[in-house]
Design a binder for this molecule. Structure first.
Ligand code: TYM
Length: 335
């Protein structure tokens, strides 16, 4: 029997190259390899944990759906759905809230960081983000969760919860691992000490200055890369330069990687050339993606229908797991 994998992306803005390399590209590769049951979803409920506007939220959800589909997620090969359309996520999330200590939730790095960023608007959802995420995952009983390395702590909490649940109520969940080929974190172009993040996540950043969006037109990619922070004197790679080399590793040709690495060692590198090469390679890589995404967004009804069909498929499995959980923890069920 095939093993299951589950992952999600928040509906908090158009996707950037960090989301792509850390998550979406892996989803597409895993789906196409065909040896896993794949569940991929848009975490729109998680998008409510940081400030949002209703109109933007629905537009962002469509954008993220189009990003998934344009990147190659195929609803015939993977179960692709919207979190808020499978209510079992919230129900299991509540049960997990009641099985998790406040201390554990308060210790999560993401909670600490985000509650600093959104000081005036810290809400309960930000604290219980990881228990909803654990529910998202465990409902489908997966063995692995493909995510970027900033999410490993959340997957660890999920594993701990699964183990605790099994010990107390009997074997129910597998203990899923983070599925990471290589720990990967793409940094912001404008502030390379911070991870690249969606506009909605970092209100201090001027409109997406540090993030290359997957559908940015070529001139925008070049403009952002030209402004990317590098240090000029050191032979050592500064965090900004290391980040550009990381991008070159993924989007450059072998010759380009070799050429710029040698120049870097000899200290003859011109960062303007590196940036132009990168801009060209990235713009080229996402050429077909941009066309496909525009076509998809021209027909939002079709996107919505795809999501509804996916939710019905997901719900079949999710409802089985939830009834098993309810029975095991002693919630009374109808005769
Ligand atoms: P989100 O939307 O913040 O991120 C989606 C995915 O992109 C990865 N990622 C990055 N990878 C590399 N470099 C970056 N700069 C970068 N920024 C983001 C994230 O690691 C993630 O894999 N909590 C999840 C959403 C979620 C989820 C789940 C994931 C909700 N429920 C259940 C897996 C399973 C998140 O961080 O989304």
């Amino acid at each position: 029997m095939k093993e299951t994998i589950v992952s999600g992306i928040r509906a908090s803005g158009r996707l950037h190259i960090g989301n792509y390399l850390g998550a979406l590209k892996q989803f597409v590769d895993l789906q196409n390899a065909g040896d896993h049951n794949c569940y991929f979803f848009i975490a729109d409920l998680h998008a409510l944990t940081t400030p949002f506007e209703p109109k933007e939220l629905s537009q962002n959800t469509l954008e993220v759906a189009a990003d998934y589909l344009a990147a190659g997620i195929d609803p015939d090969k993977a179960t692709f759905f919207l979190q808020s359309q499978v209510m079992e996520h919230v129900e299991l999330g509540w049960i997990f809230n009641c099985l998790t200590s406040l201390g554990e939730l308060q210790r999560m790095t993401q909670f600490k960081d985000k509650s600093k960023q959104h000081r005036e608007t810290i809400n309960g959802g930000l604290l219980t983000y990881p228990t909803l995420m654990a529910a998202d995952i465990l409902l489908y009983k997966p063995t692995a969760v493909p995510v970027g390395d900033d999410q490993t702590q959340h997957v660890e909490l999920t594993r701990d919860l699964a183990r605790k649940f099994n010990n107390r109520f009997g074997q129910t969940f597998p203990e899923p691992k983070t599925f990471l080929r290589k720990p990967l974190r793409i940094m912001s172009l404008s502030d390379p000490m911070k991870k690249m993040s969606k506009t909605g996540d970092d209100p201090s950043a001027p409109l997406g200055a540090g993030a290359l969006m997957l559908d940015d037109p070529p001139e925008e990619i070049l403009r952002k890369l030209k402004k990317a922070l590098t240090a000029t004197d050191a032979k050592e790679k500064s965090p900004g330069v290391a980040n550009l080399f990381l991008l070159l590793d993924h989007f450059g040709t072998k010759d380009q990687i070799k050429q710029f690495s040698e120049q870097q060692k000899k200290n003859t590198i011109k960062y303007s050339e590196l940036k132009e090469t990168l801009a060209h390679q990235i713009a080229d890589h996402f050429g077909k993606f941009r066309t496909k995404k525009t076509q998809l967004l021209n027909n939002p009804t079709q996107i919505k229908n795809t999501l509804v069909t996916g939710a019905a498929k997901a719900q079949k499995i999710a409802s089985q797991t939830l009834s098993e959980v309810k029975q095991k923890i002693g919630l009374l069920r109808s005769p």
